[in-house]
Design a protein around this ligand. Structure first.
Ligand code: ATP
Length: 242
């Protein structure tokens, strides 16, 4: 059963040639899908198109069978999509705790105010120990790894159904990468979260993913179980450059 269906999606910047060209993809409900491809393959563009952040020339995006293609980014977030963009975007003037509370802000209803919200934030401190120790520290004093943890935790506080992650491991130490990817894997298993993980770190991404999807020239050229993809040197060589 798919949670996200992408039908013949074509995206271009301005009058340029399409960056995504009739892309078709089914993302299964629950688990981690690694989105792979060389530099410029269109991974970021796909994630941004799913959020409504770049205009779609044609095609459709369905979440749980509902057509999102014409919805605003805000409405997509309300329906359960979240994006952690490349670059560890946190509000650097605010503390860790304040950033986490922000993550719950857009949600409506009692569940995301007062004690329930504090419990959700507390859960993030359990998942990301370094954040617990630095809860009163301002964003700008955090290390790169801590910032990436905070960006991820802030998205998780909003309890999305589908989390889109753009290159979370970029520039981080291997130990921090392992910790971050491990949390994603665990969350997907424990909560049924679906993660679409765009990564240049092919080995790391495939080690926590259930499936691997390879983009090339704006199309899906492989969509296979992660272990199978990791064990296919010809495919790795052809599309992933190693
Ligand atoms: P990377 O891993 O380098 O981020 P990517 O797979 O995420 O690559 P995209 O960033 O989606 O790829 O870029 C795909 C193509 O679209 C590239 O050729 C890029 O130059 C082009 N592109 C991306 N953003 C824009 C933009 N705002 N305006 C024009 N062209 C763009």
């Amino acid at each position: 059963m798919s949670i996200l269906t992408i039908e013949k999606l074509t995206v271009a910047y301005g009058d340029g040639a399409p960056v995504l060209d009739g892309l078709e993809l089914e993302v299964p409900d629950g688990g981690v899908v690694a989105l792979l491809g060389a530099n410029g393959a269109g991974k970021t563009t796909l994630l941004r198109a799913l959020m409504g952040l770049v205009p779609v020339r044609s095609g459709r995006v369905l979440l749980d069978c509902a057509d999102l293609t014409r919805l605003s980014t805000e409405d997509r977030v309300r329906r359960g999509l979240a994006l952690v963009p490349e670059g560890r975007s946190v509000v650097v003037e605010l503390t860790v705790a304040e950033n986490l509370r922000l993550g719950a802000l857009w949600k409506t209803g009692r569940k995301h105010r007062g004690p329930a919200r504090d419990a959700a934030v507390g859960q993030m401190y359990e998942l990301f120990e370094p954040l617990a120790r630095r809860r009163d520290a301002a964003g700008h004093t955090l290390s790169g790894g801590e910032r990436q943890m905070l960006a991820l935790a802030r998205a998780l506080v909003g309890e999305p159904d589908v989390l889109l992650l753009d290159e979370p491991s970029l520039g981080l130490a291997p130990l921090v990468v392992a910790q971050l990817l491990g949390v994603l894997r665990d969350q997907a298993e424990a909560t049924g979260l679906t993660v679409l993980l765009a990564e240049q770190n092919v080995t790391g991404a495939l080690s926590v993913a259930d499936r691997g999807v390879v983009l090339s020239l704006g199309e899906v050229v492989a969509d296979r179980p992660a272990a199978e993809l990791a064990a296919d040197p010809a495919l790795r060589h052809a599309y992933l450059g190693f």
